[in-house]
Design a protein around this ligand. Structure first.
Ligand code: HEM
Ligand SMILES: N/C(=N/c1cccc(CO[C@@H]2CCNC2)c1)c1cccs1
Length: 363
């Protein structure tokens, strides 16, 4: 009962906003509103039209408070896979998503929306954090691969998966349907474009051949639109260089490459004041941007991304909408004060539609 009222009020708010933003006729909007309220009264839930689903997913991106990439919110391809009825069908849809998004390196933002929660049939959950990610193996000599993946790698191994044991083993996709045991699927190499990393002037990676995957596809967040929850709705954009250069490869708790890069640059790592970590970070980030450009794979540097975010703020102002944001995430991890975002403040208010974190499906 209470659920029904909240769905009704969330649905009414969403339908009114979509009608207004997509210029729907008043009569058509009223008819749709009545139809949805009747469906909720009869079944406790409702289904979005393809148009509502598409615009709702774009609104959720536009409302993503931690996202610096929102300028392009209206240019995202939406794959409606609400008809998926098996793990195999989900896997096929995810491969299609990867192929479409990769597009030979000219990355296209996209989202694949799988069945909504609570529509009677069981829902799907994708256990991966991202469709493409490297395994992490804990050993007595430390971690081989991505330390952030150690837990999930163990789960994959418990489910029967065996990696090669290199620092860059692509993890399998793990798809669960309702309460059934999850199924594992290997991603074909044809769908997992990777970028070999090199530096334009210096051999910063001497002794460690580094690479990273082209397309980041977040697959563990829940998409909420007008009171309807989509627990599996993987979405991709392109990378901002600092995500790879500063965090994935630079963090001590990740690939921890700063000492090696500093040594290869001949820096004095005996004192903080030589700023050797800062110099190593700059060259590591320069190498990432250089390598993706050389490979013809879309990437954005944090200065350009910040400028694009300013254009987004101006566009939203013109559209009469507030921009909400989480400052601590919007500022890039490198040279934040050299970007405009740093010198502004943002209200971290949750606006629906929205992407939300959800509990991992595995114990
Ligand atoms: C097109 C290029 C895009 C770029 C460069 C970009 C950039 C970023 C960056 C740098 C972050 C912070 C990630 C971190 O610090 O770990 C982020 C967060 C986020 N982005 Fe974007 N983004 C893009 C597209 C998208 C798209 C297409 C969506 C969804 C449709 C999206 C939704 C989000 C969400 C929900 C978060 C917060 C994630 C969390 O709370 O863990 N972004 N984005
Ligand atoms: N460039 C990106 N970066 C991210 C966007 C959202 C989330 C993440 C990773 O978030 C992890 C969880 C908290 N920090 C790391 C990275 C995109 C991924 C998918 C669309 S754009």
């Amino acid at each position: 009962e209470i659920g029904e009222h909240s769905t009704q009020s969330e649905a009414k708010l969403f339908l009114a906003r979509v009608a207004e933003e997509t210029g729907m006729e008043e009569a058509a909007a009223a008819a749709r509103r009545r139809e949805v309220l009747a469906e909720i009264a009869a079944t406790g839930t409702y289904s979005h039209t393809p148009e509502e689903l598409t615009h709702g997913a774009k609104m959720a991106w536009r409302n993503a408070n931690r996202c610096i990439g929102r300028l392009f919110w209206n240019r995202m391809h939406v794959f409606d896979e609400r008809g998926a009825a098996s793990e195999q069908a989900v896997f096929d849809a995810l491969l299609r998503h990867l192929a479409f998004a990769t597009n030979g390196g000219e990355i296209r933002p996209a989202i694949t929306i799988l069945p909504q929660a609570g529509d009677g049939r069981d829902t799907f959950r994708i256990w991966n954090h991202q469709l493409l990610r490297y395994a992490g193996y804990e050993s007595t000599a430390g971690v081989v691969g991505d330390p952030a993946s150690v837990g999930f790698t163990r789960i994959c191994e418990r489910l029967g998966w065996r990696g090669e044991g290199t620092p860059f083993d692509l993890l399998p996709l793990v798809v669960q349907h309702g309460g059934k045991p999850p199924r594992l699927f290997e991603i074909p190499r044809t769908h997992a474009l990777e970028v070999p990393l090199s530096h334009p002037e210096r051999d910063v990676f001497a002794g460690f051949s580094a690479k990273w995957y082209a397309v980041p596809v977040i697959s563990d967040m829940l998409l909420e639109i007008g009171g309807i929850r989509y627990p599996a709705a993987p979405f991709n954009g392109w990378y901002m260089g600092t995500e790879i250069g500063s965090r994935n490869l630079g963090d001590e708790a990740r690939y921890n490459l700063l000492p090696r890069v500093a040594a290869n640059l001949g820096l004095d790592t005996s004192s903080n004041a030589s700023l050797w970590k800062d110099r190593a970070l700059v060259e590591l980030n320069a190498a990432v941007l250089h390598s993706y450009r050389l490979a013809g794979v879309t990437i954005v540097d944090h200065h350009t991304a910040a400028q694009q975010f300013s254009v987004f703020e101006r566009n939203e102002e013109k559209a009469g909408r507030d921009v909400t944001g989480r400052w601590s995430w919007l500022i890039p991890p490198m040279s934040p004060s050299a970007t405009s975002v740093f010198h502004k403040s943002y209200e971290d208010r949750i606006v629906s539609p929205q992407f939300l974190h959800q509990n991992p499906p595995y114990a």
